[in-house]
Design a protein around this ligand. Structure first.
Ligand code: GLN
Length: 209
C-alpha cells in the first residue's frame, strides 16, 4: 500500500507527470526548465513518491481506461483527497473534474475539482486555436493553445476562476480554474514555450497545496 501524501516537499520539488497517454514529454521538459525534478508516473508506487502531479492533455476517455487498467484510478482519487497538488491540462482538466458533460458512458474521472467540464466544447469546426488570455496571478497575457479543448461550464463556491476567453464567440467561457491544491487549464501551456503556469503550479507544490 502506497504511503499517503503528507505535505512534505523535497527540494527541488519532485513533480510527476501521469504517463499513461498524451503529451507527457512536453510536460517533463517544462518541469525541468522551471527547476523541478520531473518524474513519469505509471504505477501507484511512483505516485506515492511525488510532491505534485501533472495530468497531461491527450484523450480523457483513453486515459481513464488506462488509469483503471494500471490500478491507478483509486490511488489517484485518494491522492487528490489527501491534498496532493495536481495540475490538469485539457484532457487532464477533464480528469480532475467532478462532473463531465459530453463524456462517454461510464467515463471515470479522478475528481476533486467542484466543476462541470464540457468536453470538446468549442465545437468540431474549431479543432484548435490560439488566444491571448489574462490569467489572474500573471502580470501579462498568456498565449494559449487550445486543441479540441473543454471549457468549464459551472463552478462550485470553492473554485477560483483563473482565466476566461476574452474575444470571439466563446467570450467569457472559463478556461482555467483553481481549487486549493488543484489547478486546471483547458489549454496546453506545455507547448507554447511559456513556463509561467508550470511555475505557478510549482509554487502551489512548494507551499504543500
Ligand atoms: N478532447 C479531448 C478529451 O476529451 C481532450 C483534448 C486534449 O487534451 N487536447 O479528452
Amino acid at each position: 500500500m502506497a504511503a499517503a501524501y503528507d505535505g512534505t516537499v523535497t527540494s527541488p520539488p519532485r513533480i510527476g507527470v501521469l504517463a499513461l497517454q498524451g503529451d507527457v514529454r512536453e510536460h517533463l521538459s517544462m518541469l525541468r526548465e522551471i527547476g523541478a525534478e520531473p518524474v513519469a508516473v505509471r504505477r501507484p508506487e511512483e505516485l506515492a513518491e511525488v510532491d505534485g502531479l501533472v495530468v497531461p492533455g491527450g484523450e480523457s476517455t483513453t486515459m481513464s481506461k488506462l488509469a483503471r487498467t494500471f490500478d491507478l484510478i483509486d490511488p489517484l482519487r485518494q491522492a487528490a483527497k489527501d491534498g496532493l497538488p495536481m495540475f490538469g491540462t485539457c484532457a487532464g482538466m477533464i480528469m480532475l473534474a467532478d462532473r463531465i458533460e459530453g463524456g462517454v458512458a461510464d467515463q471515470e474521472t479522478i475528481g476533486g475539482l467542484d466543476v462541470v467540464v464540457r468536453r470538446n466544447a468549442f465545437g468540431r469546426q474549431v479543432d484548435s486555436f490560439e488566444a491571448d488570455l489574462d490569467v489572474s496571478e500573471l502580470g501579462t497575457p498568456f498565449h494559449a493553445m487550445f486543441i479540441r479543448a473543454p471549457w468549464v461550464e459551472g463552478v462550485g463556491p470553492e473554485v477560483e476562476v483563473v482565466a476566461t476567453v476574452a474575444t470571439g464567440p466563446a467570450t467569457g467561457r472559463i478556461v482555467a480554474v483553481r481549487q486549493g491544491h488543484l489547478l486546471a487549464t483547458s489549454f496546453h501551456p506545455e507547448v507554447t514555450g511559456d513556463a509561467r503556469i508550470h511555475a505557478l503550479f510549482a509554487d502551489i507544490v512548494r507551499s504543500g497545496g
